[in-house]
Design a protein around this ligand. Sequence first.
Ligand code: HEM
Length: 202
Amino acid sequence: MAGKQEFYWRRLHSLLGVIPVGLFLVQHLVINHFATGGEESFNNAAHFMEQLPFRYFLEIFIIFLPLLFHAIYGLYIAFTAKNNIGQYGYFRNWMFMLQRVSGVITLIFVAWHVWETRIAAAFGAEVNFQMMETILSSPFMLWFYLIGVVSTTFHFANGLWSFFVSWGITVTPRSQVISTYITIGVFIALTIVGVRAILAFV
Ligand code: HEM
């Protein structure tokens, strides 16, 4: 009984990592990429997102609650999982371990990022190009953001690979090899978009 319940919790954890949290991540990085077009371009894109109807509903039910559940249950998985890279030095075992490590780094990064942007906005600060420029003018914060974004894109792309396995989409070894190439492509593309956006503020 307990085993069956855990199965459903893990399925939910897996699903939420892609829909909606993963989709939100992609959308968020694309909006940030408007910074490469200059201050006005970024501010217009950010303003458009702030003006969306049902903003608070979307933020709470499409972003905050799914991410909170994924993060809390993710921490439980990360600290109870058996990392066996010592026993088997295979690529997939490394990816299994890195998925957990990147989850924890992503959690620290996202918590801080939400605090200094979205929570600050709730207390009256204006989130715009200038705000990010000020934050990223500190070399420490610049590296913190670069590591945080790369950790998040890795976590999502590598998570996509295991998501396809978890949901029975890639069953054969051949389909799993193809999926490895596709998710490496996703990782590279999202990392370029994310890093270019950060560097546009510097
Ligand atoms: C932007 C934020 C995040 C995104 C887009 C995301 C996405 C994903 C995806 C797609 C998976 C694969 C699901 C599967 O294996 O079927 C996954 C797995 C995982 N995530 Fe996240 N995640 C995020 C944040 C976090 C955070 C903050 C933690 C906290 C530690 C975390 C911990 C984990 C763990 C441990 C797994 C492995 C689950 C397993 O092997 O069954 N994730 N994530």
